[in-house]
Design a protein around this ligand. Sequence first.
Ligand code: COA
Ligand code: AMP
Length: 625
Amino acid sequence: MGAYEDVFRASTEDPEAFWLDAAQAIDWHVAPTRALDVSRPPFYRWFPDGELNVCHNALDRHVDAGRGEQAALIYDSPVTDTQRTYTYAHLRDEVARFAGVLAGLGVGRGDRVVIYMPMVPEAAIAMLACARIGAVHSVVFGGFAPKELAVRIDDAAPRVVVSASCGIEGKRVIEYKPLLDQAIELAAHAPAKRVILQRPQAEATLGPDDVDWAEATAAAEPAECVPVKATDPLYILYTSGTTGKPKGVVRDGGGHAVALRWSMPNVYDVGPGETIFTASDVGWVVGHSYIVYAPLLTGATTVLYEGKPVGTPDAGQFWRVVAEHGVKSLFTAPTAFRAIKKEDPDGEFTRKYDISGLHYLFLAGERLDPETYRWAADLLGIPVIDHWWQTETGWPIVANPAGIELLPIKPGSPTRPLPGWDVQVLDTSGTPVEPGTDGAIVVKLPMPPGSLPTLWNDDERFVQSYMSAFEGYYLTGDGGRLDEDGYVFVMGRTDDVINVAGHRLSTGGMEEVLASHADVAECAVIGVADVLKGQVPRGFVVLKAGVQRDEDELRAELVQLVRDQVGAVASLKDVAVVAGLPKTRSGKILRKTMRGIADGADEPVPSTIDDPAVLDALRPVLRRS
Ligand code: COA
Ligand code: AMP
C-alpha cells in the first residue's frame, strides 16, 4: 500500500486519534481532550473542550518562535504598481492595532463585522483583527452590488462594517463607498460605525458614522488575543444557494485551524518559510483559506495579488509573481488559465521569467476541462493538480495529496478523497451506485474538521439544504461518479447554482431580479457552457400580455437590472424574449432540459412535459451560442 492509502486508512479507522494528533500542530489555550462531539447529529462539534485564538496561531506564535522577520504576506498589485512585504512581526502589530480600533468601536467577542473590500492587505488585517478579539467576520466579495451586501448585513447584523474608498478593476476605479452607503440605506439593520480605508485612486467623503482607517489605527492601542472556544464561530461566509437568499456558512475556529494546518504540508506541500500564491479573492472561500488562514497558520509566506491574470499590464503577471517572490505552489481557478492561454497560447511569458522554483499548479473552483489541464501541464512540466471543494467544506474534499504521495493523474478527475472524507455516489433512492455510474455525490457523516457546523442563525435550513436528501449524508449539490480506482469525477451542480469564472452564483437569485421587472410575466435563467468562464448565465423572459416593447431596449434594461441588483460579477449579458417556457404538467420549468439543449446535448423530451410545441419553438433560441 502507498503512503496515501495508509494515511487515509488511519483517518477512517480511528478518526479521534487522527484528528487529535493533527490538533497538536496548533497552539491551544486549553488543549482538547476529545476530537468530536457526536451527541446531536447532524450538528457535529470538533474539539468541543478546546480553547484557542486563531490569530495567535496565525501570527504571534510565529513571532514568538523566531519568525518575526520572515515575510508573512506580500502584497503585489500591478494595477496600482505597488508591492509591500509584511513580516510576521509587522503584520502582528498592524493586526493588533486594528483589533484595538474595533475594540474601541465596541466590537467584542461574538460580535459580527462585515468586511467589504478590494484585494488589499487591509482586508486580511481586518479578518485577523476580528479573530484576535473573538469577533466574527463576514467578508462580502467586492463584485457584489449594494442589494446583495444589504442582504448580508441584515443577516449577519454587524456592529461595524469595514470597507475601502475604492477597488481597481483593470484600468477602472470602482468607488466602493457609494455602494456601501446604498447598501446601508437598503438594509434594515444599521451598523453603528463603518471604518473606511482611503485609497489615493479615489478618496471617499466620510460622514458622521464613518471612521478613517489610518487615523483610527494611529490612535489605537494594540489589542491582545482573546482565547475562545474551538466551537465558537470564526467567520460567516455567504454563498449562493438555490434561492436569492444566500446561505451564511459558519466556520468554527478550532476545526478550521486544525484542518487547514494539516492541509498545507499534506496537500499543497507548503511548509514554514515556503511561499504559496493563491490567485483568488478574499471574498471567496479559496481566499479565506489559502490566501489568509492556511499559509499564516503554517508560518509560510502568502502572496495577496490585486489584479487579473491578463490585461493590466499583460498575461505574464502570474509568472512574474512566481519568479519575484519565489512561489512554490500556485493556486487559482481553471478560468484564469483559460484567460492566459487565450492571450499567450505559446506560453511566451513563461520564458521571460525564471519560474524554475514553481513545484505545483493547483486548480479548483470549477471543473478543470482536460484541454486546459493538458495545456498547463505541457507548458509548465510540473504536476497540475485539480482538486474539488466548496465554501461549505472549507478545504479540499478530493485532491492529489502532493505532500503525502503524488498519485497518478487522470485528466478530468480531481483524484481521490482526502483523509476524513467518506465520499460516495448515490442514486435517487439513496443506494450507492456501481463505479462508473453517475449519481449524487455525497459525504457520509460526520465530516472532518473545518466543514460547516451549521448555517448562521438557521439550523433548519442547514438540515433542509444539506442533510435531509439522504439520511446520514451531506449532500454536496454536485453530480458525478467514482471509478474503479476510487477516483472521483465531478461533472457539475445538480441544483440552480452555477460557476461563472470560478465565482459561485445562484440562477434563482437572478430569476428573482428579472421577475421583478414590470414587463416580465415569467422567466428562467440557466447556466450554459462558455469557453473562457466555464459557464455563463442566459436569461429567458416571457412578457406580460399586451406589453409592446422594443426588444433591444428591454434586454438592455434587464441586463442592467441584474448588474445593479446582483453585481457585475453575475456576467448576465444575454437575455432572450421568448413566447413561452417549457414546463411540466405541474408547472415546473424544465431548466435541465433547456440547459442540455443549449449545451448541444441530444436532450430527450421529458415525458412530463406539458406542451412539447413550446420546447420546439425554443430550441433554435437555446442552440444559438
Ligand atoms: N469589484 C468590482 N467589480 C468586480 C470585481 C470586484 N472585486 N470582480 C469582478 N468584477 C467585475 C469585473 O470587472 C467584470 O465587470 P465588467 O462586466 O464590467 O467587465 C465583471 O465583474 C465580471 O468579472 P469576471 O467574471 O471576473 O470577468 P473578467 O472578464 O473581469 O475576468 C477572469 C475574467 C477569468 C480573468 C477572472 O474572473 C479571473 O481571473 N478568475 C479566476 C480567479 C478567481 O477569482 N477565482 C475565484 C475563486 S477560486
Ligand atoms: P464554491 O463554494 O464557491 O467554492 O463553489 C463550489 C462549487 O464549485 C462546487 O460545488 C463545484 O460545483 C465547483 N467546483 C469546485 N472545484 C471543482 C473541481 N475541482 N471540479 C469540478 N467542480 C468544482
